[in-house]
Design a protein around this ligand. Structure first.
Ligand SMILES: [Zn+2]
Ligand SMILES: [Zn+2]
Length: 316
């Protein structure tokens, strides 16, 4: 055996080892359980947990820090396991407790410079962000722990509004809330999503016939307002694909919507396009005020009920 053969042999062993190691790592990464939990959705407050049962992030913090902490503890987590709060926009129902989480619990608060400026101007925020303020640029993908995060523009009457596309452990999670009208980036994100949280704010007829004053109806219906069940259904029907496994409807109006009606409108629309809720994919309506079960995100929809103590159960 000459030197050349030895080097070649060594090299092929090394390559084989690398290949096995990479395959093992990929398998481990993909086996990690991805969990999602909603702590509140709608004008009273929005906040979502996304991660594993070891660590993760929050998207928006529009419910009280105490409530978030209680619901995290029920799944064996606390603030020290939250590596960031990612903010969609600067309306109070999405940022109410960013000050407390950022400055007292020392969790970094991530969003664009423009939205941070909006947060600064928000008088409802008792504690202003100082050391916890962190920036990223809209539309520029970045790595964050085990996640790849990207954002896109959503039309809404806030300083700016972001949709999130997050890849983790081989799965793509997309969140679109407070959305006046669809755009090409939203459609593209839906076409890439395995798990989608999307706004179904109102039923158009209920809103038009309802008791809201005209200016408020116009605000909600405007291209910078909120997304109706009908628009949500059409958007899904137009962009549905086999990889889309779980759809969660969020930000339902108490006055101008009904969970059963939202479910029915959206499932009808996707069925017209050949995708049947409960068979081809899983459809859930997120409750406005009640914390959701823990959803294990994968090909199927698995709900786990966390173990709250009796005292915590009474507070929920
Ligand atoms: Zn909102
Ligand atoms: Zn809003």
């Amino acid at each position: 055996m000459n030197n050349y053969t030895i080097v070649l042999l060594f090299f092929s062993f090394f390559l084989k080892f690398l290949f096995i190691f990479a395959a093992h790592l990929r398998k481990r990464m993909e086996q990690e359980k991805v969990i999602f939990r909603c702590f509140g959705s709608g004008s009273s407050g929005n906040s979502y947990y996304l991660g594993t049962n070891r660590e993760g992030i929050l998207i928006d913090a529009g419910v009280s820090a105490r409530t978030i902490h209680r619901h995290l503890r029920a799944i064996g987590l606390d603030f020290s396991r939250i590596s960031g709060v990612f903010v969609t926009h600067d309306h109070a129902d999405h940022i109410r407790s960013v000050g407390t989480l950022g400055e007292r619990a020392h969790i970094p608060i991530y969003t664009t410079a423009l939205i941070h400026e909006g947060i600064d101007r928000n008088y409802g925020l008792r504690e202003k962000l100082k050391t916890s303020r962190k920036y990223f640029e809209k539309g520029v993908e970045f790595e964050f722990n085990d996640m790849t995060v990207n954002t896109f523009g959503v039309s809404h009457d806030s300083t700016d509004c972001l949709g999130y596309k997050i890849r983790l452990y081989g799965q793509t999670f997309v969140l679109i809330t407070d959305c006046g009208e669809p755009n090409a980036e939203i459609e593209q994100a839906i076409r890439e999503a395995n798990h989608l949280v999307i706004e179904a704010n109102h039923d158009e007829q209920m809103l038009l016939k309802g008791s809201y004053p005209t200016y408020l109806k116009q605000r909600i219906l405007s291209p910078r307002g909120h997304q109706s069940n009908q628009t949500c259904g059409q958007l899904l029907a137009d962009n549905f694909h086999e990889g889309l496994r779980n759809v969660f409807l969020c930000h339902l109006s108490q006055e101008n919507n009904d969970p059963d009606l939202a479910y029915h409108t959206i499932s009808e629309a996707t069925a017209q396009a050949g995708w049947v809720a409960g068979e081809d994919y899983f459809l859930k309506v997120l409750d406005r005020l009640v914390v959701s079960p823990v959803y294990v995100l994968g090909d199927s929809m698995i709900e786990e009920q966390p173990k709250h103590s009796k005292k915590e159960q009474e507070q929920i």
